[in-house]
Write a protein that binds this ligand. Structure first.
Ligand code: FAD
Ligand code: FES
Length: 503
């Protein structure tokens, strides 16, 4: 039943995989919104750029989200104002608003059929303790002069405490948009390779990268837009970003739904939008740290949909992950201060449609003009993050996961039924066991190839998930996402090779 509406709705052109060594001036790793926007902006400015993706364009988080294009990122502005001052909050709004405008301009310029509609965005709370936080966010909006209002009621059947509406935001079908933009970039001279994963990265005046098929790419400038940076370069991104998994369910809904999209401020998240092209309601929420799920999160979303909207039957369900930066502002710009030719875009905190588009704008400006007016906004947090309380808590959890995982020996019994994964003890060795519906058995080494934490089985997605920094592998051992670049070995091969790609 796990299938993604957006991905089914748009086939994509399909690009071949890299089959030789190449030398390029500008290389972009990652065909999500950040990477494809950057590619488009570079080639439309006349630069020769190449984008590679480990999978297919838009199959990452950019094709699995809620499709809201908004500068309203939950309660981000009061938080930025408190930490960095009102001017930074203003800049954050400005760059995300420009991203929305760029998306709208490109849709009009290329006549992209992606169900784009302007509408207000609403953040609400049903929890008394958040009512004041929403009021504070409203005050920050007012200081910034935003077109907004505070409400006590909203036009959906939920009893709320406070709601903050920001006018003139938007929504679309993100996969149709990204496929069309990638096409346009190629039409204008850009090159895309799919099914091509970077597994090794040597920085330098010209960087040398290796693909999974052992081809070499030599590049003058590299933009790492792989969602989680596939090369860390002593930026310690693995220790700063919190990987959060979130779930989505979608159902036919023929009653009227207001022209607005909604999200609550508290946990568990409930994010709602109507998908006009499919006459359906999309409900998203139930976020948790990757590798830490305890419940059937799809079931909880469906229960909510049933109680509030009377929905019994769902046609689509999927999940995705994004990365929380410690202080709400993503990392966009130089990978670190010693790498003027390597750029990174990550940590979009589930707001990377505008955030990833903004990252593409900022990085392409830095490459073309040597700077961007938003460079400081995004680099502001890098040095301070290691001292933040979230950083300390997250890394204490990583230490616990690393040690406790090693102490568990695994089950001695192999599951009889197909479709069930389990950590088993095979001759004293911890292994991951899975039997598919045709009875084929897959037994893999379940030590994460990023930094060696022990993986946990995720029955909802049939994957091996890392509780430390969020890498995920399919039951055959292939990398699905996260910082890990190398696959899991079969139990009868040598032990997994660990490569954190830090230096
Ligand atoms: C459930 C959910 C709902 C969301 N809803 C919204 C929303 O409504 N509005 C909003 O603004 N944001 C939303 N977001 C966030 C948003 O979708 C993401 O922040 C954004 O899509 C990230 O884009 P990206 O380009 O960084 O990453 P991705 O779209 O994940 O693209 C990264 C690409 O890099 C490739 N890659 C990875 N590693 C390698 C490698 N080693 N070599 C080559 N290629 C590699 C991957 O295959 C992938 O295609 C949501 C997130 C979630 C989880
Ligand atoms: S993702 Fe870092 S150890 Fe697994």
């Amino acid at each position: 039943m796990n299938k993604v509406y957006w991905i089914e709705s748009s086939e994509g052109r399909g690009y071949k995989k890299l089959d030789r060594d190449i030398q390029v001036d500008y290389l972009i790793i990652g065909g999500g919104l950040a990477g494809v926007t950057c590619l488009y902006l570079l080639v439309s400015a006349g630069l020769k750029a190449v984008l590679i993706d480990a999978d297919r364009i838009g199959y990452g988080c950019s094709g699995r989200n809620t499709g809201k294009i908004t500068a309203q990122h939950a309660l981000v502005y009061s938080s930025i104002e408190k930490q960095f001052g009102l001017e930074r909050a203003r800049q954050y709004y400005e760059v995300n608003d420009k991203a929305l405008e760029l998306i709208e301009t490109l849709i009009a310029r290329y006549n992209i059929q992606c169900d784009f509609q302007r509408m207000p965005a609403c953040v609400f709370t049903q929890d008394e303790s958040y009512a004041e936080k929403i009021r504070q966010e409203y005050e920050t909006y007012q200081k910034m002069g935003l077109d907004c209002r505070l409400e006590k009621e909203i036009p959906i059947p939920l009893k709320i405490r406070n709601a903050l509406i920001l006018n003139n935001q938007a929504q679309f079908n993100p996969k149709k948009y990204i496929d069309a933009l990638a096409d346009e970039a190629v039409n204008q001279g850009g090159t895309i390779y799919e099914d091509t994963r970077i597994v090794d990265f040597q920085p330098g005046e010209r960087c040398t990268l290796k693909t999974g098929d052992k081809f070499t790419i030599e590049a003058g400038h590299v933009v790492i837009a792989s969602h989680f940076p596939c090369y860390d370069g002593m930026g310690f991104y693995f220790a700063k970003l919190k990987p959060m998994r979130t779930y989505a369910v979608m159902a036919k809904y023929d009653k009227s739904f207001p022209k607005c999209h909604f999200i609550n401020a508290e946990d568990p998240t409930r994010s709602l939008r109507y998908v006009h092209e499919a006459d359906s309601l999309l409900i998203v929420g139930e976020s948790h740290k990757v590798g830490h799920q305890k419940e059937d999160h799809y079931l909880l979303l469906k229960k909510f949909g049933n109680e509030v909207f009377g929905i019994d039957e769902y046609q689509y369900q999927w999940s995705a992950q994004d990365y929380e930066p410690p202080r709400n502002i993503p990392y966009v710009g130089y990978l670190n201060k010693d790498t003027p030719n390597i750029f990174v875009a990550t940590g979009f905190n589930k707001w990377g449609i505008s955030g990833g588009t903004a990252a593409g704008m900022v990085i392409s400006n830095m490459i073309r003009n040597g700077s961007s007016p938003y460079e400081e906004l995004y680099s502001h947090t890098t040095l301070m993050d290691v001292a933040s309380s979230t950083f300390v808590t997250e890394n204490a959890d990583v230490a616990v996961q690393l040690i406790s995982g090693k102490l568990k020996s695994g089950d001695t019994e192999i599951p009889e039924s197909a479709g069930i994964g389990r950590v088993i003890n095979l001759g004293g060795k911890r292994c991951g066991y899975y039997k598919d519906q045709d009875g084929r058995e897959y037994i893999v080494d379940v030590t994460c190839t990023h930094m060696g934490c022990e993986l946990k089985w995720n029955q909802l997605e049939a994957s091996w998930d890392c509780p430390c920094h969020g890498s995920r592998f399919d039951y055959k051992g292939n990398v699905l996402e996260g910082p890990a670049c190398l696959p899991l070995n079969r139990h009868d091969q040598e032990k997994n090779k660990i490569n954190p790609q830090i230096r």
